[in-house]
Design a protein around this ligand. Structure first.
Ligand code: ADP
Length: 475
């Protein structure tokens, strides 16, 4: 089976979040199941550079008003297509906005052109199925349905985060090149404007999201963010498949970024990493519990609540090393806490892949107090690295971490601390529980080992996607 996977980012070429990890890992995860997954990416400068010359396989004199062509190459041995449209994608800054974090004003056009190219390629190159990721690819299933009709292959729409929906004003509709009938409640119209994610959810044969719990949660107003009605109406067509992690990238026994490599049988070697991490963050050197955070600094991630509990964390003998970037107000709150607690709280504001590995390899526990979390990867990296996750009971966090309640501890299956409700009190309580478990070395080690044994490789999720593809293509 040949599938066109349409994503606006993929490791190792371009990454702003978990979507990139997933889009980058899917081709290798599906290959053993007889699925050839071709990834289509926008031609950002970094993507064009990695592609090299590429082979032009198609061109448009006028793709939504822009000149564009498609270049073919490969990504990690798997087929790659790149939409080369310099007027849309070759610019300085990030994939969605300028260096100052301001969204590009023409994002509606950039990702409509991307989706339209995807739909045309899927038909022209006779793919068996189109797999669209997030709002940036959301119009692709709609273009298939409204422009290609019976010739169109089926499609799957995956939601990596319901909070990002690609909602634009109604004035853009004429420029999309869709027929008038697409302007309807079951088409692309959404609250008087155009909803890209909504359009994909309506037009795709199946909707998936990245954990079973999040698939349930988005039926409620709290998590559905306005799309809960649509999710509920498509009931049986909504599935949850948890993300895997890439063992080639995230394996403590072969991690190239960490000073010391280790396995569940050699946990003592983590001490070397802990010392190095303390030094890197300017923290006191001691054997007390060292918490880490690797996160976007946003409300979603509960970072405002984290800021409020830092005094508690320090008062109870904890230290924190935090790596992240995001909201200025949160950075200010964290900086103030670090200034109050020199040697106990260390910050690195920015994005640093290597450091994120060293933190998982040297920290004792990772805090993930998200208000909602479609899947979450950092808690899975923590599990794989023996860096015990302390997580909110939501979405993928609830699906991947087993709370250290008495029964789970007695059975030796606990892998972390799961707390309910993202409040100052519940997070402070979870931190206290973590510290008290940490002070029982035998119990802690059993938790670390249980997490490291858990299988979050792509093997099982790859099989589930392959099964789903088969089901959609045969229907
Ligand atoms: P989301 O996609 O919502 O940001 P995930 O947990 O699914 O959250 O994925 C986040 C990914 O980005 C993980 O691979 C994590 O290690 C990485 N990450 C987040 N912030 C940083 C940072 N400041 N530096 C390095 N890696 C980061």
């Amino acid at each position: 089976m040949r599938v066109l996977s349409v994503a606006s980012e993929a490791v190792p070429l371009v990454k702003t979040g978990g979507l990139a990890d997933v889009a980058g890992a899917l081709p290798a995860a599906l290959a053993p199941h007889g699925v050839e997954l071709t990834t289509l990416l926008p031609g950002y400068p970094a993507v064009l550079k990695a592609l090299g010359k590429g082979k032009a396989v198609h061109s448009w004199p006028d793709l939504l008003g822009q000149k564009a062509r498609v270049l073919a190459g490969s990504l990690g041995g798997q087929p790659l297509l790149v939409l080369d449209a310099p007027s849309l994608f070759v610019r300085e800054g990030g994939p969605y906005g300028d260096a100052g974090g301001q969204d590009w004003a023409d994002n509606w056009q950039r990702f409509a052109a991307f989706a339209r190219a995807a739909a045309e390629l899927a038909v022209m190159q006779e793919f068996d199925l189109l797999h669209a990721h997030d709002w940036q690819a959301g119009l692709a299933p709609a273009y298939l349905r409204f422009l290609h009709g019976a010739k169109a292959p089926p499609s799957v729409m995956t939601i990596h985060n319901m909070a990002f929906q690609g909602h634009f004003g109604r004035e853009i509709f004429p420029a999309l090149g869709l027929p008038a009938e697409a302007w309807s409640m079951t088409g692309v119209e959404y609250h008087g404007g155009v909803g890209y994610l909504k359009a994909g959810m309506e037009a795709a044969n199946i909707i998936t999201t990245v954990s079973p719990s999040y698939a349930r949660e988005i039926r409620s107003a709290e998590f559905g963010m306005g799309l809960e009605g649509l999710i509920a109406s498509r009931g049986a067509r909504v599935r949850g498949i948890v993300n895997g992690i890439d063992p080639a990238e995230w394996n403590p026994a072969s991690d190239v970024h960490a000073p010391a490599q280790y396995s569940a049988a050699s946990l003592a070697r983590r001490r070397t990493n802990k010392r190095a991490l303390e030094a890197e963050f300017g923290l006191d050197q001691d054997d007390g519990p060292l918490f880490i955070v690797v996160s976007r600094l946003t409300w979603q991630k509960g970072m405002d609540v984290a800021v409020e509990v830092l005094d508690h964390l320090v008062a109870n003998g904890g230290r924190l090393a935090l790596l992240g970037s995001g909201d200025a107000a949160l950075v200010a709150g964290l900086s103030a806490a670090a200034a109050r607690h020199p040697g106990r709280i260390g910050l690195k504001i920015g994005y640093d892949e290597g450091l994120s590995h060293r933190m998982q390899a040297g920290g004792d526990a990772i805090l993930v107090p998200s208000r909602f979390e479609p899947c979450g990867l950092t808690q899975m990296y923590g599990l794989a690295y023996g860096c015990v996750p302390v997580v909110a009971r939501t979405g993928g966090l609830a699906d991947t971490v087993i709370d250290a309640n008495l029964a789970a501890l007695a059975a030796g299956v606990a892998t972390g601390i799961v707390f309910t409700g993202v409040t100052q009190m519940s997070l402070a309580d979870a931190i206290s529980r973590a510290i008290s478990l940490y002070r029982q070395p035998g119990v802690w080690k059993t938790m670390q080992r249980a997490g490291m044994k858990a299988d979050f490789s792509w093997a099982s999720s790859g099989a589930l996607y392959a099964q789903l593809y088969q089901e959609v293509v045969r229907a």
